[in-house]
Design a protein around this ligand. Structure first.
Ligand SMILES: [Zn+2]
Length: 317
C-alpha cells in the first residue's frame, strides 16, 4: 500500500526519482516535463487550463477579509508535531525535497482555518523564484509544505477539491541576517549535500515550526491546483504573508542545484479564484521584493548576481 501511495505521489507531484534509482532498475513512471516547456506538460488541466489553476498573482485589493466565515470557517490554524520532524532529503531533478519519514502516525498534521479535515504533512520543497506573487511582485523563494487529507489515499485526495493542503512560505534574501531571522539556518545546512540530481540524505531531524513564517495568523487562502503536472484542482492553498529569510550565500546554493535556471510555473489566469484572508488580519505588504517584469530579464544570471540584482532590482518601500 505504502509503495503504491509513494509511486502515485511521486508521479503526481512529479518528484521524479527516476534519476536516483540504481543503474539498470526500471520504473514505470518517467515523467517528461520541464519548466521550459509548460505547453507540453502531461495532464489536461496543465495544457488547457481549468477553473482554478495555480499559481496566481494575488491582488491585495481583491482579497476578501472573511468576516462572514465563507471560507475560513474552522478557527485558527493548528500545526501539530512540526517542531521535530524526521525527514529524508532528495534532489529529484526538479527541486530539493524533504519528505516525512517513519510511521504516518508520527507525521505532523494541520487543521483549522479553511481546513475542515486533518491533513498530514508529506513533504516540503522549494521553488526559486516564488510561484505566487503579491501585487505583481515575487520573492526570491517559495517553500511548499504539501499535506494530504488524512482520511484519504493520495489517489482519492487528488480527485477532491480539498484533497490537499499546501502551506506556502516566501523566502527573502539579505546579505546578512539578524538573530531573529535565523529560521532557515538549520534547514540550509543540509542543502550543500543535495546539489546534484539523485543526491539523498536520510534520518534528518528538522524543526519545521521555525520555517512556517514568523506570523502564522496572517495568510491568504484560496482553492486552486497543483503547480506541477498534472495540475489537479485539488489544493487548498494557505500562503503566509510574512517571509522567512535566507542569506545571500544560502540562496546562491540553489543556483548550483541541477534543475536548470528556474523552477516556477508561470502565473495562471484568474477565473474562479477567490482569495480570502482571516477577518481580523492586517496583511503584511512586501517590503523587499522582485518585480516580476524584471525577473525574466535577469533570471539567466540571477544566482551569480544576487547581490547586484537585489540592489538594482528591488523596491524598498
Ligand atoms: Zn511546489
Amino acid at each position: 500500500m505504502c509503495a503504491v501511495i509513494f509511486r502515485i505521489a511521486a508521479f503526481i507531484y512529479m518528484f521524479d526519482v527516476a534519476s536516483a534509482q540504481e543503474p539498470g532498475s526500471t520504473i514505470d513512471y518517467q515523467p517528461v516535463w520541464s519548466y521550459d516547456d509548460e505547453a507540453n506538460w502531461p495532464g489536461r488541466h496543465c495544457r488547457e487550463g481549468g477553473r482554478r489553476q495555480s499559481p496566481i498573482d494575488i491582488k491585495t485589493s481583491d482579497v476578501v477579509h472573511d468576516f462572514t466565515k465563507q471560507f475560513i470557517k474552522y478557527g485558527p490554524l493548528q500545526f501539530t508535531g512540526y517542531h521535530k520532524v524526521l525527514v529524508s532529503g532528495i534532489n529529484n531533478g526538479h527541486t530539493i525535497q524533504f519528505s516525512s519519514e517513519g510511521e504516518e502516525a508520527i507525521h505532523p498534521v494541520l487543521t483549522g482555518g479553511p481546513l475542515k479535515y486533518l491533513y498530514r504533512l508529506e513533504q516540503l520543497h522549494f521553488h526559486w523564484l516564488s510561484e505566487h506573487s503579491i501585487n505583481g511582485v515575487k520573492y526570491p523563494m517559495e517553500l511548499h509544505f504539501v499535506h494530504v487529507r488524512a482520511d484519504l489515499t493520495v489517489y482519492e485526495a487528488l480527485g477532491k477539491r480539498d484533497g490537499l493542503a499546501i502551506v506556502s512560505v516566501f523566502g527573502n534574501v539579505q546579505a546578512e541576517l539578524d538573530d531573529y531571522q535565523q529560521e532557515a539556518s538549520e534547514l540550509m545546512q543540509h542543502i550543500p549535500k543535495l546539489l546534484k540530481t539523485g543526491d539523498r540524505i536520510s534520518g534528518v531531524l528538522l524543526d519545521m515550526k521555525k520555517l512556517l513564517s514568523p506570523n502564522r495568523e496572517s495568510y491568504y487562502t484560496y482553492s486552486g491546483s497543483l503547480t506541477s503536472p498534472e495540475c489537479n484542482e485539488a489544493v487548498i492553498w494557505i500562503i503566509f504573508d510574512s517571509p522567512i529569510f535566507l542569506t545571500d550565500a544560502q540562496y546562491r546554493l540553489f543556483g548550483k542545484v541541477g534543475v536548470g535556471r528556474h523552477n516556477f510555473r508561470s502565473l495562471q489566469k484568474l477565473k474562479h479564484h477567490v482569495v480570502f484572508a482571516p477577518a481580523e488580519t492586517k496583511l503584511h505588504m512586501p517590503q523587499i521584493v522582485l518585480f516580476f517584469e524584471d525577473v525574466i530579464r535577469v533570471i539567466s544570471d540571477f544566482f551569480t548576481n544576487v547581490g547586484t540584482f537585489m540592489s538594482n532590482g528591488i523596491q524598498t518601500e
